[in-house]
Design a protein around this ligand. Structure first.
Ligand code: MLT
Length: 410
């Protein structure tokens, strides 16, 4: 009989969002007349912007003609998209990133998991708690952890609390670590990091020869001009960081699929014998072997967000979701709920009332309000007692959700 990867058996029962989906489906079957409002998974609801749709259509038309048809594209992405990203997302912000340091992909979730392919198994790995569960689970799958304890924390990982008690600014590790996951604007807490605090992480990484995996999938929701959009806005970061970005939340591409990862050519790691090696060619080799690139029409559609009209339409869409976030935040505050985030991010992080556990509050909201959110404990032990609401829904449903929420907790 073939051997399986035993590490999969260490994983908690289900990935968080499918588990929520199962509970909601069961409730819906048992309560067929309930009109359920979903503010759980951060999945966008607004249609693609016109500039994107037009570019998509044009690219499909090109694929329909012999003289403009395209087969395999470059595994790293087409130059038109890599150039647009380098100029608009990096160089325009004073970040020294070149187009050939950008690898276009089908998602940041995939990339944050796949990146582990090019790193060894004996690194000390740090991540915040609460945290996007993909970082934890992919390390469990790769055999980088021991078993989980009762609170869901895995042996071998260094967890750095990121809670109301420290203002959601994680402290630097109290020991030497090799790989660090940071996500800002943060999923799940919806909070951000200042340039000064991020510079301390860059300095830590330099001093300790560590690499930071910086997930900036929500950067387009930043409204505060002092908050960094990219770790590469911090001097020296290109020697210590890999950045993950996505069109999912920026441009409503959760179903369309397009993202990118920035691996600077100056970033180095070491072999088991201690020899220094460049990381960029390793990721290039990994992608060229295991990935065939993102489809031409999707990349054309993504590039359209950098046109003048695309930029304006994207700004309007993000402003729409951020208004939803404000309505949620203010509605909860009026109900005397402790709330965080939701200003520079599409997520609002709240303390469950009456000291309810995260899952008890999930069940209460679903049963009494027909509302779906995400239990904070699903993001880590430090999320216990907290709850996440996402701002991705129609205005009408968000307003209705706030009214129902107030009734349930009132
Ligand atoms: C979330 O709800 O946390 C996100 O949708 C997860 C993701 O982007 O994969």
């Amino acid at each position: 009989m073939a051997r399986i990867n035993d590490n999969y058996l260490k994983l908690k029962a289900g990935y968080l969002f499918p588990e929520i989906g199962r509970r909601v489906a069961k409730f819906a079957t048992e309560n067929p007349s309930a009109s359920i409002i979903r503010l759980g998974i951060g999945d966008v609801t607004e249609p693609l912007i016109p500039a994107v749709v037009e570019a998509f259509h044009r690219a499909v038309d090109e694929m329909a003609q012999r003289n403009t048809f395209k087969g395999y594209g470059p595994e790293q992405g087409y130059d038109f998209l890599r150039n647009a990203i380098a100029q608009n997302d990096y160089q325009a912000r004073g970040a020294d990133i070149a187009a050939d340091e950008i690898f276009v992909s089908d998602g940041s979730k995939c990339d944050t998991g796949n990146i582990l392919d090019i790193f060894g198994d004996d690194n000390v790995i740090a991540m915040t708690d609460p945290v996007y569960p993909v970082y934890v689970d992919t390390n469990v799958m790769a055999g980088h952890t021991g078993a989980a304890d009762e609170s869901g924390r895995y042996g071998g990982l260094v967890y750095i609390p990121m809670t109301a008690a420290n203002g959601f600014t994680p402290a630097l590790p109290d020991r030497k670590v090799d790989l660090i996951y940071l996500c800002f604007p943060n999923n799940p807490t919806g909070t951000v990091i200042s340039k000064e605090a991020l510079a301390k992480w860059v300095q830590y990484a330099k001093t300790n020869d560590a690499i930071i995996f910086y997930d900036a999938a929500y950067e387009s929701y930043i409204t505060d001009p002092t908050v960094p959009h990219s770790i590469f806005e911090i001097p020296g970061a290109r020697d210590v960081a890999i950045e993950f970005r996505s069109f999912s939340k920026t441009a409503g591409f959760t179903g369309t699929r397009c993202a990118f990862t920035v691996v600077p050519k100056t970033l180095k790691g070491k072999t088991s014998s201690g020899q220094s090696v460049d990381i960029h060619p390793l990721w290039n080799r990994r992608q060229s072997t295991k990935f065939n690139g993102v489809s031409y029409p999707v990349q054309k559609a993504a590039a359209a967000i950098y046109s003048a009209e695309g930029k304006q339409q994207i700004r309007d869409m993000i402003a729409f979701y951020l208004t939803n976030a404000r309505l949620i935040r203010e509605g909860l505050q009026r109900a005397n709920i402790e709330v965080h985030g939701g200003v520079n991010a599409p997520y609002v992080w709240l303390k469950a009332p009456r000291n309810l556990s995260s899952w008890d509050f999930f069940d209460l909201l679903l049963a009494k309000g027909h509302l779906v959110g995400t239990p904070g404990s699903g993001f880590g032990a430090a999320g216990e007692g907290y709850f996440r609401l996402s701002a991705f829904n129609s205005r009408e449903k968000v307003e209705e959700a706030v009214a129902r929420f107030q009734k349930v907790v009132g």
